[in-house]
Design a protein around this ligand. Structure first.
Ligand SMILES: O=C(O)CCC(=O)C(=O)O
Length: 312
C-alpha cells in the first residue's frame, strides 16, 4: 500500500490550493483561503438557515436543530434564529448542500486529501450560529481534535472546511488553532469542567499545557479555512450582540478511509456519549429500542460529493 505522502502531492499547485498553501497546511495543519465562497452563495445559506428557523421551510428528517445549553436549561423550546446554535446534517437540504458541491470546496478538498478522481464523501455538515454569550461562557467551544469523533481513518485523508458567513473576529468568538498540533497524537477527550454549562457533545482535550501556541483565525465573509482532523482547535465566547454564522463540512477520501473496529478503545468515550444522545433523541420520537450503532450513525449521514462510494 502506498503511504499518504506518495498518494498526496504536496509539491505541485492544486486546482484551488497552491503549492505554497499546501506546504503551509502540511506544516501547520490548516490553511485559510481568502474569499473562496461568493457573497451570493453565503446569502442563500443565511436565508435558508433563517427560513428553517422560522418554519418557512421544513427541516429535512436527518437534520438536528441544536440549542445552546443555557437556552435548553431554561426549557425554551421555540425554534428561532435566537435559540438555535447549530443545525447539523444538512446533507439532504437542497440549498445548504450546495456548499459541499461548490467546485472551490470540492477541488480544495481534493487538493489536500486526494486527487482529481478521488471519491470524496461529506461525513458531517453544520451551520453554526454562535449566540451572544448568555453570561455562562457556554458559547465557547473547548479545545479538541475532530478525529476524536470519527470512527474512520487514516487521518491524512480527512479534512474540514469552515467558511465564515460574516466577518469573524476574536470579539464574536473566532476559531483558535494550535499550529502544528496535527503532527501529534490523538489526545484523550472528555466534557470540560464548566459548571454544567457545556453544550451537548462539546468534548475537550483533558490535559494540555497552558503555554500552547494558539492562533486566532479572524476571517472575512467567504474566507474558508481547511484543517486537518488532528489539529487542536476550539473557539472563544461571543462577546457581541450578533450571532456568528459559519458553514462547515468534514470530508473523507472514501478510496482510502475505512471504519475502525467497533470496539476500538480510542472511541470508547465518544461512542458511549453518542449512544446516550441517540437514545434520548429517539425516545423523544417514541422509539425506545434501537440497534443503531455509532458506525451506522456515521454511515447514514455520509454522502457522496463526487465519485462512487464503496467503503464508508
Ligand atoms: O465553530 C466553532 O465554534 C467550533 C467548531 C468546531 O470546532 C467543530 O465543530 O469541530
Amino acid at each position: 500500500m502506498l503511504s499518504e505522502n506518495q498518494i498526496l502531492n504536496w509539491d505541485k499547485d492544486g486546482v484551488v490550493i497552491t503549492k505554497k498553501q499546501k506546504q503551509f497546511y502540511l506544516k501547520n495543519g490548516y490553511v485559510i483561503i481568502p474569499k473562496l465562497i461568493d457573497q451570493r452563495s453565503i446569502d442563500s445559506y443565511t436565508q435558508r438557515f433563517q427560513d428553517i428557523c422560522s418554519g418557512k421551510c421544513e427541516k429535512t428528517p436527518q437534520m438536528l436543530l441544536m440549542r445552546d445549553i443555557v437556552v435548553a436549561k431554561k426549557g425554551e423550546k421555540t425554534i428561532t434564529e435566537k435559540t438555535l446554535n447549530k443545525i447539523t446534517n444538512f446533507m439532504d437540504d437542497e440549498v445548504l448542500w450546495d456548499y459541499c458541491q461548490q467546485p472551490k470546496i470540492v477541488n480544495g478538498v481534493k487538493d489536500l486529501i486526494g486527487h482529481p478522481n478521488s471519491c470524496i464523501l461529506a461525513m458531517n455538515t453544520m451551520v453554526i450560529n454562535k449566540p451572544p454569550d448568555f453570561g455562562k461562557l457556554s458559547s465557547r467551544h473547548p479545545l479538541h481534535q475532530d478525529l476524536h469523533y470519527f470512527p474512520f481513518r487514516p487521518s491524512d485523508f480527512i479534512c474540514c472546511s469552515w467558511t465564515a458567513m460574516e466577518r469573524i473576529t476574536r470579539a464574536n468568538g473566532c476559531l483558535v488553532v494550535v499550529p502544528g498540533s496535527h503532527l501529534g497524537p490523538l489526545l484523550e477527550h472528555g466534557y470540560p469542567d464548566w459548571d454544567g454549562n457545556v453544550n451537548t457533545a462539546y468534548h475537550g482535550i483533558k490535559t494540555y499545557s497552558p503555554d500552547l501556541n494558539m492562533v486566532h483565525l479572524e476571517m472575512d465573509t467567504g474566507d474558508t479555512v481547511f484543517f486537518h482532523p488532528l489539529l487542536i482547535h476550539g473557539s472563544g465566547a461571543n462577546r457581541t450582540n450578533g450571532y456568528l454564522k459559519a458553514i462547515t463540512a468534514h470530508f473523507a477520501n472514501d478510496d482510502y478511509c475505512r471504519y475502525l473496529p467497533k470496539d476500538n478503545p480510542e472511541m470508547k468515550f465518544v461512542v458511549e456519549d453518542f449512544e446516550k444522545l441517540i437514545e434520548k433523541y429517539l425516545s423523544k420520537k417514541g422509539i425506545h429500542e434501537t440497534n443503531i450503532t455509532f458506525h451506522d450513525f456515521w454511515s447514514l449521514k455520509a454522502k457522496e460529493v463526487c465519485g462512487i462510494r464503496s467503503n464508508l
